[in-house]
Design a protein around this ligand. Structure first.
Ligand SMILES: *Cc1c(COP(=O)(O)O)cnc(C)c1O
Length: 398
């Protein structure tokens, strides 16, 4: 017998990651989530979070949480939704989200990751086909891999590749699900929603849109990709959103028809076998929704910052991506270069993560800059200056 110890098996893998500049560590946040933060003991301006409307540390949300203390709410939900964990706060948040989005029903999940596992596991059965964009979020890919359906990926936003896949005939009675991010999380570009809808309709396929980065931030009223493209979801559309990004709290939801939601409640293991989120968090979620509805000015400011950043970055000749969203990546190529820029930005007082493989494809390591309505125009200007300095020292060192 010569079975490996954990040490023998994994220490070399960790060393290899280190050698390839791919080792991951968790930056320690020592202050609240906001633009000005202390991270790893250093005072920085944070350009890495998904708190697009600046709600995560909003006083209104903290007040709402404080008020829950005098309500008849427990800290823990105590059980799963199907047992005794489904409180009035959860129920009202679902109803209010459904109202806001104009869909029949909404179902809360503890995280977006679990929502994405649930939808594909339940809806897609043996003999069915899932067609996913190549750059979909990891949780969508994992959800597809865990379902019993066949899973094929099409080139990023390539509608003719998708059409080709759709036209390959299957059994008449099998289902096809098209799955896409609304706003792609590492690139910031948008899916071609009107074309996706048309292809889905023409091929009797269902459409699953993960709008984690769209809800709250995108569209005049923050209703995400459907509002941005002026489209309407139909009865074969499944929407997913998270509450941990623009909403500033945590949790996620699936939105769609009555039958969809009842099916998930009855069959989705990631829904059934887990404790419901804290009712206090659900109450905070309701306040977050109220704030998101009133956040037209925040969204307008965010859009101004996006324009300001893009104009400034293109004047510097930085390689911008085709992104109208708050996610503004700068692709630098190899992991070492991305790390070097990120490190230099930190020295200058800016926190910008280097996103490296396997999160993004090989040789597309990048800075993932995210803007928030909580940033000021001055902060964006000083980030641009810091990027110019990086550019300068990088060219000099070559
Ligand atoms: C963040 C994210 C998720 C996961 O949501 P969590 O609530 O953080 O688990 C899913 N899909 C996309 C596109 C995301 O960006």
């Amino acid at each position: 017998m010569n079975k490996p110890s954990i040490e023998q098996r994994f220490a070399p893998l960790l060393q290899a990651r280190q050698a390839q500049n791919l080792y991951r560590a968790r930056p320690l946040a020592l202050s609240a989530q906001q633009p000005s933060m202390q991270i790893n003991g250093k005072q920085v301006i944070n350009f890495s979070s998904n708190d697009y409307l600046g709600l995560a540390n909003a006083p209104e949300l903290k007040n709402a949480l404080q008020q829950t203390l005098s309500q008849n709410l427990s800290v823990g939900s105590g059980a799963a939704h199907l047992v005794t964990g489904h409180s009035l706060e959860h129920h009202l948040l679902e109803d209010e989200l459904a109202d806001w989005l104009g869909v029949e029903r909404v179902l809360l999940f503890s995280t977006g990751y679990m929502a994405n596992l649930a939808v594909q596991q339940v809806l897609m059965q043996k003999g069915d086909l899932i067609l996913g964009d190549k750059l979909n979020h990891a949780s969508l890919i994992d959800g597809a891999l865990q379902s019993d359906a066949d899973f094929k990926r099409y080139a990023h936003n390539d509608m003719s590749a998708l059409e080709k896949r759709l036209s390959k005939t299957q059994h008449a009675d099998s289902a096809t699900l098209i799955v896409s991010d609304g706003v792609f999380s590492m690139d910031g570009d948008l899916t071609k929603l009107p074309e996706l809808q048309k292809l889905a309709k023409n091929n009797q396929a269902w459409l699953f849109l993960d709008d984690a980065h769209g809800f709250g931030a995108l569209g005049k009223h923050g209703k995400g990709c459907f509002e941005y493209f002026d489209c309407q979801p139909d009865t074969n559309t499944i929407l997913m959103g998270t509450l941990g990004k623009a909403f500033g709290v945590s949790g996620a939801f699936v939105a769609g028809s009555q039958t969809l939601i009842e099916t998930l409640i009855n069959f989705a293991r990631p829904y059934i076998y887990t404790t419901a989120m804290s009712p206090m968090m659900a109450a905070a979620g309701r306040e977050a929704l109220r704030l998101v509805k009133q956040a037209d000015a925040r969204r307008e400011h965010l859009n101004q910052l996006i324009q300001q950043f893009r104009i400034g970055a293109s004047q510097l000749g930085l390689p911008l991506m085709d992104s109208p969203s708050a996610i503004q990546p700068i692709v630098l190529g190899d992991a070492a270069t991305a790390l070097a820029w990120s490190e230099q930005l930190k020295q200058q007082g800016f926190w910008v993560g280097a996103i490296r493989p396997p999160t993004v494809p090989h040789n597309t390591a990048r800075l993932r800059i995210t803007l928030s309505a909580a940033h000021t125009a001055e902060q964006v200007d000083s980030l641009l200056e810091a990027l110019a300095a990086c550019q300068h020292s990088h060219t000099l060192s070559r």
